[in-house]
Ligand binder design. Sequence first.
Ligand SMILES: [Zn+2]
Length: 139
Amino acid sequence: MDGEVNKIRKEWMSVQYLYEKVAYLRGLAEGLEIDDSTKEGKLLKSMIVVMEDMVDAINENTEEIEEISSYVEIIDEDLSEMEDIVYDEDDDEDDYYDDEDFEYIELVCPSCGEEISVDRELIDDGEVFCPNCEEKIEI
Ligand SMILES: [Zn+2]
């Protein structure tokens, strides 16, 4: 229903419609033999000329808007492609930190006796250094 209303409205607003209406007025003025030697006739014919100029201006604006719209569409597509790239990287990083495998193990350093938290992955790699005394911890 809304689509139908929009379609009618779009048709109403279309440049083609305006051209047809103004052309109709010009034909009407000629058919009615509007005499432009009278004040009223001069005004009416001038109004039609102004309306024709207005429709020309609207036509130019509409073409320009369509051009800009398609350009904006291209920019929008490029932007969402870039967003995909940028946010995908962020997602990967988040995944890494949210990863369930990312797990801390509580240890007591044999060198200084300080209680420390060590990432399990570092323990698996066998490269654990105490953040307190900086000694390597053998596990
Ligand atoms: Zn230590």
